[in-house]
Design a protein around this ligand. Structure first.
Ligand code: SF4
Length: 366
């Protein structure tokens, strides 16, 4: 299949890995953060770690939308679903994420709340159209990749003058989170494998300021093995040359300016939230989106006067440190014993983009 087969070619992958072995300096370590959880899974699924020299290490980042959502936002959604006669719609991954007092959306549904699993934002809109006598709330999460579809359904709902559809908006932004990680210096990284899907929307130039300010090499990488290995080679070359620029390996999908239509749509519907709490990163300014006043009728937080909820993660779960790139999942005492994909204790074990799920699925035990 075009754009897949050539990027899974074993000979090309081995050739690129050979160049990495040749070009790394034996006198230093290369700590490369893959920002996106999709890359974490690709790295383990395709055995890329095993192709790397000892001194090239991948550090996992916060790019898993389910993982970075703090438990308080899930608890707030549970309270709403249990206190009002609403239909709450959300994606499957989020249903199983533990939220305060060992709760989850899944358990709330078992207790009788009308919580429905959907595959897309338009599914939520269709449920609202099919149930005009009920209020339908779409629990929207994700980075810039999933934000345009949420914006689109709000605009459609407004055009249809729907009065029973609202969105609990939890969309977050990549560049501020990246800047926070680099500013803290906690993960001590030498280069970044930039997210691919997010970059199709925001474009490669969205990272320019961040990379310049923190003198950080960044290569936007596709998800296939050749993409990741070639991007790693490009990063190593930048590090060796002492330069720091944004490079785009994923040119078949990402442009410098991104998707202008999608960005305009996002800008029409959303505005920056002054502050938003991330799991692991804490409260970050201008790092998330809220629904603009013009579309306030579709904002669940306003319609239902949702109050902020603070809750804590399960004791022993080190998801926050994993998301900051400071710890690896197998450093968690609960990993693979108390915490498994069947009985997850933290978001990073639930999500298909979570680092703990990647370690567990591909056998990265110590
Ligand atoms: Fe949290 Fe489970 Fe990962 Fe430990 S293994 S950090 S408990 S999700």
């Amino acid at each position: 299949m075009k754009y897949i087969d050539e990027f899974r070619d074993g000979d090309t992958a081995r050739l690129l890995a050979g160049l990495i072995h040749k070009e790394v300096s034996p006198d230093r370590n290369y700590r490369l953060m893959e920002f996106c959880g999709g890359h974490t899974h690709a790295i383990f699924r395709f055995g890329i770690v095993d192709l790397m020299p000892e001194n090239v290490r991948f550090v996992h980042g916060p790019g898993c939308p389910v993982c970075v959502l703090p438990a308080g936002r899930i608890e707030a959604a549970i309270r709403l679903a249990e206190s009002s006669d609403i239909i709450l719609c959300t994606y499957a991954d989020l249903m199983r994420v533990p939220a305060g007092k060992k709760d989850s959306l899944h358990k709330a549904r078992a207790r009788g709340a009308d919580i429905r699993m959907i595959y897309s934002a338009t599914d939520a809109l269709a449920i609202a159209q099919a149930n005009p006598e009920r209020q339908v709330v779409f629990f929207a999460i994700g980075f810039e990749t999933t934000t345009p579809p949420t914006a689109a359904v709000i605009r459609i709902a407004a055009a249809m003058a729907l009065t029973n559809f609202t969105v609990f908006c939890n969309h977050v932004l990549t560049p501020p989170a990246m800047a926070h990680i680099l500013a803290s210096g906690e993960a001590s990284i030498d280069g970044i494998l930039g997210p691919s899907h997010v970059s199709t929307i925001i474009g490669s130039q969205a990272y320019a300021d961040c990379c310049a300010q923190y003198r950080m090499p960044l290569v936007i990488a596709g998800f296939e093995p050749v993409d990741v290995i070639q991007s790693t080679l490009l990063l190593i070359r930048q590090i060796n040359e002492g330069i720091h620029r944004v490079e785009n390996q994923y040119t078949r999908a990402v442009s410098a300016s991104g998707n202008r239509k999608a960005k305009a749509l996002m800008d029409e519907i959303f505005e920056l939230r002054p502050r938003f709490e991330w799991r692991g990163l804490g409260e970050l300014p201008d790092s998330a989106l809220a629904i603009r006043h013009t579309y306030a009728a579709f904002d669940a937080e306003k319609r239902f006067h949702m109050a902020p909820v603070t809750t804590t993660d399960i004791k022993g779960c080190i998801c926050p440190a994993v998301l900051r790139g400071v710890s690896n999942p197998d450093e968690c005492k609960l990993f693979g014993t108390v915490c498994t994909p069947e009985e997850p204790k933290g978001a990073c074990m639930v999500s298909s983009e979570g680092a703990c799920a990647a370690y567990y699925s591909y056998g990265r035990f110590r």
